[in-house]
Design a protein around this ligand. Structure first.
Ligand code: FEO
Length: 164
């Protein structure tokens, strides 16, 4: 059983992860709308991953005997000014998510909830990868903006090769 504070905080994070999934799905539709199918594919997989994060929290809450509360999810943005702007947004968003997990770890420590602290370590590690993968695309898109020609389409093809 977990305490009410931890239960509330993990529930909030689960709902945020469902939002993250919707945000990336919305970015996927933006990329489809500008015919960048590779970037759309990348974002669709990212959306699936985020649902996986939410479900990981969902299962943990159930396992610890907590009540899960599925909340309404705010609508994400639907348009971005450019592919770079969308990925910059994704990177910034992942930095925010990392801070959310840092705060959750701090709470688990304050509540002396070792099981929750250990559970959260997976997310802390995952966030390092999430920040790195979005930032890598931002850096490439920045270069593509400077270069002329087909650089954007090469990046799009590369993003389309994402396997998981
Ligand atoms: Fe689940 Fe990308 O944060």
């Amino acid at each position: 059983m977990i305490c009410a504070k931890i239960s509330k905080a993990l529930n909030e994070q689960m709902n945020r992860e469902f939002f993250n999934s919707r945000l990336y799905l919305s970015m996927a539709t933006y990329f489809h709308s500008i015919n960048l199918e590779g970037a759309a594919h990348w974002m669709e997989l990212q959306a699936q991953e985020e649902t996986g994060h939410a479900m990981r929290l969902y299962k943990q809450l159930l396992e610890r005997g907590a009540r899960v509360t599925v909340e309404a999810i705010p609508a994400p943005s639907q348009e971005w000014g450019s592919p770079l702007a969308a990925f910059q947004d994704a990177y910034k968003h992942e930095c925010t998510v990392s801070k959310q997990f840092d705060a959750l770890v701090a709470l688990a420590r304050a509540e002396k909830d070792n099981a929750t602290e250990i559970f959260l370590q997976w997310f802390v590690t995952e966030q390092v990868e999430e920040e790195a993968s979005t930032d890598a695309v931002v850096q490439r898109l920045r270069l593509a903006e400077k270069a002329k020609g087909g650089a954007l389409f090469m990046i799009d093809r590369m993003l389309g090769e994402r396997g998981k």
